[in-house]
Ligand binder design. Structure first.
Ligand code: C2E
Ligand code: MG
Ligand code: MG
Length: 289
């Protein structure tokens, strides 16, 4: 009996082999808002696959296939190159975007030459290394700690930044954090969703406080409503990312979104106080309202 899910997986795996040379991959960019500066200070690069017949396939579906076939290694370096080149282009045209975050998989980190290859890619684009943040998920560091941490230490020593993605979803012990070469704690959306309850709010606030006390930068992901924005601002969250500001967008649209968010922020703040919390579900976020 044929399992349709398995059939799709086999097809996608086969088609992925062609995707890089056929130029079916795109990098989209999602703004990250700096609360104190009241402007977008960075973006996260997110990989997209435009399949010729199936349309856009989610990275949640195809990244694991790239990992299991090892194709994530060349594709990952391609994403890093595109993102670094895009940042270089934005820097020369004037923008508040100071850095770019790129997701890196455990499969990449387990390659002994990853840090060397990644540094060479960044070097070629001419942007300062401190403008590139490597995002690795919390769980990654539990699976293959020694080699992964070694690679991350090399990247950190060379000047890149390191961010722990999806923080709060894994089972990392907090003391473990101190051993990691980390600049930023990226708190997972699920913790924000849970913050509708008082207990969840306490946990989220404690996480934000913890990051500050450990001297880490903090980003909360998945900010969708003004209610969440206000909650996060009140507990001292420095940076936020989510649909409230903008979805991940192709470079040109992301650039336009950044300008719009920066321009309209003051106005939005005034407007926010007259809007009831929790009712802003505009699909493009407040900036487009
Ligand atoms: P991630 O790195 O945690 O990225 C954040 C995900 O949350 C993105 O999903 C983004 O579109 C989504 N998101 C952003 N704001 C909101 C919001 O307000 N609400 C909700 N519900 N979601 C929001 P996306 O782009 O589908 O990526 C999924 C995952 O795929 C990423 O999670 C990352 O783990 C992986 N991924 C994406 N691009 C790459 C890549 O270039 N390399 C590797 N290794 N993994 C990647
Ligand atoms: Mg990420
Ligand atoms: Mg995440």
């Amino acid at each position: 009996r044929v399992n349709p899910q398995a059939t799709r997986r086999i097809r996608l795996t086969r088609d992925l082999r062609e995707a890089l040379v056929q130029e079916q991959f795109e990098v989209h960019y999602q703004p990250i808002f700096n609360v104190a500066q009241e402007r977008v200070d960075s973006v996260e690069a997110l990989l997209r696959w435009r399949h010729p017949e199936l349309g856009i396939v989610s990275p949640a579906e195809f990244v694991p296939l790239l990992e299991s076939t090892g194709m994530i290694v060349p594709v990952g370096l391609w994403v890093l190159r595109k993102a670094s080149e895009q940042l270089a282009s934005w820097r020369s045209s004037g923008t508040t975007v100071e850095s770019v975050a790129v997701n890196v998989s455990v499969v990449q980190l387990s390659q002994s030459n990853f840090s060397r290859d990644a540094l060479a890619v960044v070097e070629r684009t001419g942007i300062e290394r401190t403008r590139v943040t490597i995002e690795v998920t919390e769980s990654v560091l539990m699976e293959n700690p020694e080699r992964s941490i070694g690679q991350l230490c090399e990247l950190r020593a060379a000047g890149l930044h390191v961010s722990i993605d999806d923080f709060g979803t894994g089972y990392s012990s907090l003391s473990y954090l101190r051993r990691l070469p980390v600049n930023t704690m990226k708190i997972d959306r699920s913790l924000l969703v849970d913050a509708i309850n008082p207990e969840g709010r306490t946990i989220l606030a404690a996480m934000v406080k913890l990051s500050a006390e450990l001297g880490l930068d903090c980003v909360v992901e998945g900010v969708e409503t003004l209610e969440q924005f206000h909650l996060l601002r009140d507990i001292g969250c420095a940076r936020m990312q989510g649909y409230l500001f903008a979805r991940p967008l192709p470079a040109d649209e992301a650039d336009a979104a950044v300008r719009r968010i920066n321009l309209q922020h003051g106005q939005a703040q005034v407007r926010a106080s007259s809007i009831q919390p929790g009712i802003n579900h505009h699909p493009h976020g407040w900036a487009a309202a």
